[in-house]
Design a binder for this molecule. Sequence first.
Ligand code: NAD
Ligand code: DAU
Length: 349
Amino acid sequence: MTILITGGAGFIGSHAVRLFVQRYPQYRIINLDALTYAGNLANLRDVEQAPNYTFVRGDIRDAALLDRLFEEYRFDAVIHLAAESHVDRSIDNPLAFVETNVLGTVNLLNAARKHWAGRFEGRRFYHISTDEVYGSLGSEGYFTEETPYDPRSPYSASKAASDHFVRAYFHTYGLPVVLSNCSNNYGPYQFPEKLIPLMINNIREGRPLPVYGDGRNVRDWLWVIDHAEAMDAILHRGRVGETYNIGGHNEWANIDLVYLLCDLADELLGRPAGTARQLITFVKDRPGHDRRYAIDASKIRRELGWQPSIAFEEGLRKTIQWYLDNTEWLQQVVSGEYRAYYEKHYEQH
Ligand code: NAD
Ligand code: DAU
């Protein structure tokens, strides 16, 4: 099997590439990534020499390139992760999200449709999506695969549009698609614009910890390697045309999560208890900030036997330790473009 993984140099993509390269030496894994600010080949140092792994730098907005790659490698499957992924950036520049998340996805669908024409048997186009397409929950209930779409940020609107296109290609052309919608991931290699690594980095540096609004927005956190495991199950055993929700059954209000992070970080850094909590600063809320996400993951558990593997406190401890042990990685990614983004974004708050 030859698999195209898009966005494999990003946070989740790098864990997916690692899992497939290491677990399936008989497969060929082609990682296509444009290396935007969020893509980083240092995320893949431990697999870059593997004989079954190839990296191609390229952009999913480039339809001609996709055509050439499908011709050259004759992919059996696509796992599509490449995307603009940060909600705050989508508020500043929605068009970049339309270009990559919508047009880029349609380019990939077109390439698969053309090159797999009449030979869909055994092939899979696996689209990775998010729980944010379902909108915002009140204090009760869960997102199921039947929850109507209600995206509320430019990011989630672009992901919803891409999901609709993937399903449309299934119904219209019979393309053998499968989709999953996952909750918030955490773990090593996450870019520090996202809540958990941003807080860890700021705790390290003794900088303010910017909590949006009242800090009571709720997210459902999942260990990133559990997401990669779910991808393995869905690619191999998911039913064509189906959607699987993936979540950690692990809801945290942001402020409670930040308290836990502070306490674990103080312990791991050998600082007096309570040191990091003093850095917490409530700042202006994110516009259109979704209040609560929570996933009902019973379908994937029932059909594919998948479930989260580790407890949150253990995963968070491992995550903090990883960032503290990998300051070189952190220094590299927080330099340059990120510094300018950070100053501009948090100045407005
Ligand atoms: P990320 O921002 O860390 O990585 C995105 C990767 O895509 C980067 O390597 C980047 O270089 C690449 N990329 C961006 N634009 C590209 C383009 N035009 N052509 C080729 N490559 C391009 O994102 P992530 O957090 O790893 O998310 C990966 C996927 O998973 C996204 O589709 C996202 O919507 C989805 N998702 C993320 C989460 C989460 O919690 N992070 C949860 C559910 C779903
Ligand atoms: O739910 C899945 C989604 O999770 C993915 O589709 C997205 O790609 C991913 O970025 C993530 O979106 P969120 O907006 O939930 O993640 P983020 O880390 O940006 O924020 C998590 C929560 O923390 C959210 O309620 C906003 C809040 N927050 C975030 C930042 C960056 C803060 O309070 N302060 C901050 O500085």
